[in-house]
Design a protein around this ligand. Sequence first.
Ligand code: FMN
Ligand code: SF4
Length: 462
Amino acid sequence: MINLKPIIISGKEVFPLVEGGKGINGSDGRSSGAWAHENCVGTFSGVSPDYYDNEGHVIFERYLKKDRKERHEEMIEQSIKGGIAQAQVAHEVSGGNGRIHMNMLWELGGSEAILNGVLEKAKGLIHGVTCGAGLPYRLGEIASRFGVYYYPIVSSARAFQVLWKRAYNRFVEYLGGVVYEDPWLAGGHNGLSNAEDPNSPQTPYMRLVELRKVMNQLGLEEKPIILAGGVWSLNDWKDYMDNPDIGKIAFQFGTRPMITKESPISDAWKKLMLHLKNGDVVLQKFSPTGFFSSAVKNTFLERLMTRKQGEVSFVAEANGDYTHPLKISETKTVYIKPEDAEKAQRQINSGYTEIKETPDSTVVFLTPNEWKQMKEDRKNCVGCLSQCQFSSWSQANGSTGRLPDPRSYCIHKTLYDVSHNGSIMDNLLFAGHQVYRFATDPLYRNGIPSVKELIDKIKCGE
Ligand SMILES: Cc1cc2nc3c(=O)[nH]c(=O)nc-3n(C[C@H](O)[C@H](O)[C@H](O)COP(=O)(O)O)c2cc1C
Ligand code: SF4
């Protein structure tokens, strides 16, 4: 039996159970409101959230401007409307219970403007903001200005220390807690640092103890750590509870709430997840943000993986090991190693005839259709990220100055599409590495549970 004691989160006593924010539209007002309704914490995503017309129908994103910078402004405007709409839905569904949080991706283009815009117009509806992917230095200042609690998402004690020293020490009151997200297990983007090996996962225990030690040294004994990544059943985490080395702790569930009645993802996506096996989720680095991320190995991801496997390094002028000419366009020939010649030819023979340079002096091979689509996706870029490896868009300068990377993809397009009934095979499906547990968990044997049913089971440790 689990002895789950309520704790104070964002100024209110609630159960220490949190629904993780999931963009785009992977967690919304309906799901977060349902979690709050059960006196837990629900988190809607602030990344391109849906908003509605007077009849309650979703207004699909529209981009009317030709210029990418102007489309970026349109994206911000629509995201603010969406954030406000989801906060209102969440508030209504919650019945005033629990806590409602909003999730922001710091590396989202215009993240500060979106946060400011939503918090300004949704006063009293949002109690906390969680923010990861990058180092959200300005989060503390923005949230404190609106009297809203803030929760940086970090994957190491060191990352929190950096944030604290540079900014958060001045905004202690509204620091609600720290989300520790396991960079080897969590769904979505993963905060692996250069020093950490994606193939050598570390258990969270010592990393949490270290984080708590740092927090205590800074006088943050009362602030909870919210553990995210690989949390399925609390029976697995008994030694983390009532443990003085870890202190106050809450548990964040990202993947598991995706199969609930209130979860906004499509039925096809839920059905697919119910049948996944261990190993079907891959930790990889194709995201245009440059971060690692964890997603289901479907057609979309497999294609990126084979493209990467087919990658060949080159030089512009023949020298040393690079002596084999490879014509990559009507006007350009580069030189590859003779031992790569067969690999290149095999791809060309299989129809991957568009040979495209990456920013790392390598080439990858695409079909003419893939290349056509890639050009189209870049043309339609709405500047959703502060910097994008796929299109070279940069919010600060218009361009990163680097070559657009054909090993990556437009994350905005694919996440928006899959969250609006798009293909579950040809789009990116973020998921945590424990997703295979759906297949054997008895909770899902008789159909899809409601959020209340899921939380009741979680409270029993199941
Ligand atoms: C489909 C999906 C989308 C996600 N999107 C975001 C996001 O936009 N921002 C974020 O901070 N975390 C995001 N996450 C991470 C979750 O909030 C949560 O921390 C993580 O899923 C916990 O690990 P778990 O998947 O093992 O439960 C996402 C996770 C999933 C599965
Ligand atoms: S190409 Fe796509 S992912 Fe990159 S900034 Fe533009 S909209 Fe975002």
